[in-house]
Design a protein around this ligand. Sequence first.
Ligand code: DCP
Ligand code: CA
Length: 654
Amino acid sequence: MPSSPIFQGSSPGYGTGRRKSQFTYRQLGLLTSYSTSSPLRVVSHIDLDAFYAQCEMVRLGTPEDQPLAVQQWQGLIAVNYPARKFGIGRHCTVTEAKKMCPQLIAQHVATWKEGDEKWAYHEDAASHIGTHKVSLDPYRLQSRRILALIKESLPANLQKVEKASIDEVFVDLSAQIHSILLQRFPELANPPPYDDPTEKLPLPPISALDWQADALVDLDDAEAEADDPDWDDVAILIGSEIVRDIRAEVRRKIGYTCSAGIASNKMLSKLGSGHKKPNQQTVIRNRAVQHFLSDMKVTKIRNLGGKLGEQVTSVFETDSIKVLLAVPVEQMKAKLGEDTGIWLYNTIRGIDTSEVNARTQIKSMLSAKSFRPLINTMDQAVRWLRIFAADIFSRLVEEGVLENKRRPKTINLHHRHGGQTRSRQNAIPQGKILDETTLFELAKNLMNQIALEGRIWPCANLSLSVAGFEDGVTGNMGIGGFLLKGEEAKSLMSSSREASVDPHSEARPEKRRRTDNPGIQRFLARASSSSDANDGGAEEAREHQCHQTVANQPPPEHDASLQVEQDASATETKTRQLPITDYTCSRCHARLENAEAHQSHLDWHFAKDLQEEERGSSTLANRPAGPRNQKPPASTSRQATRGSGKKQSKLNFG
Ligand code: DCP
Ligand code: CA
């Protein structure tokens, strides 16, 4: 709860001319249910500054002003603010960066060494791209600690926190603010006049608000600063106090700085957190939204950083929001489609009704490696499969597999050789304890099946994934009987993963971006197809090893216009038919008509996983956030993964 007194002065005369608030009792009440339609809503986006770099600084006890960057092979994936002063960015190589700042510490990420059972910080990792695989576990663990702390610093029954990526959260502060408002202004708890909730509230009995050191975005009308505040201003001020306290806690208890945006919705709050960095927070009052957005490029907006933003810019021949504001909604709909057009029209006006989703669920997990040099033997492949199995298993542990919370149904292996991608999928036996050895055996089995296909060496990439997570259930369908619980589970963990599970390793969150908008989800951004020549070995640091989704994500729809850029080399995906009878996709819950359609749909998912993996590898270092969760088609053709060069191929549906 905010500690400091936040209101200054008092103006019982209710401001300049207005005698009532513009907000109603009903709108105030909507805060308690986190309604996205309350104009008093307050959402914050909190983003860690130079996250991986801070993780390393905290781990190494580096002084705050010491320039430090996180290295992955010869590239940089995070740069702290002292190093940024030297002009160092993610685009730099280690050699370039050291020239720019000789005292730079370039800390290589932790890696799994081929054949090892546990990741570690290896001094010579950078020169062993062929035999090491990056581990992001240390950052996931820190992410988890920070998230836990943020949740702890909010009242347990009045919080809604969404982990948006490895280093960002959205917090809907509405309910907590409602409770604080009622404590501080008990008159708000009175029944509305005539018991009519559409009656306007009285104006706040104050005339000036103390915004402390927050970066306060100027109001649309500079003169309006003299007006008395209304309840939206008071609500957002309370929000900024709460967020300041959260940030101070994170700083004090575990040493991390973060930046935050406080506004009436997710989109604006995210823009706010990036507005002033590092270690600052920006408040965008409702009356400042227009001013805040109008000088901005449309591509800065969440979900418009990628291909959709490019499309908007090219279709309307501008990236200026100010110019786009003049485009009629009909024109946007005509050019971008109904949903996306309306979404864009609203978005550039600061309207965003997407919810903060407290519950996110992992749908699949992927562990992969692109080989350079290519690998040539089954022995080598098997050594990597062991690492993948260990990697995935430790994440499964966190998903509650051992406590029978969630368990994947399928395992899939992709193999790339000479421009061809082959894959095999198998059901994960439900009548057996799911442990690392089982995963490894399943993976080997898939590899053997692929080997029967014919020539498979040299191999350029292997990728193991598990999917089809379902909650632990009881009864006939139950898997509980086969899974261990409590102490049993712990002892299994220590025996099967002795050296491979970090005892503190609670976190497997991943950097991930997603869109909440169905129209945008339908817009499938073209992925940049990568080849072995250009991925720089950065594949492991992709931001989306775990594909997560939100509980209330709209069901996918059939969309014949969906386009996928296929990997130039992808040829064929063959999978085994799963013993499924209801033809509902376990990953996205799409309902398919028959077994054939279901199988094709699964193929599509696998192709997408692969594509995501590839996209991560080729564009990771410089790609802004864009829509990630693309809607899978209700059914796809079997040729979904057959590519013909680096062009877009349209999928045939239905
Ligand atoms: N990351 C990555 N490659 C990218 C983008 C991000 O490996 N292209 C990783 C490293 C970052 C972390 O994700 O530390 C968080 O990404 P951000 O985009 O939030 O960047 P930072 O936190 O590093 O910096 P900022 O202070 O600008 O948020
Ligand atoms: Ca960040």
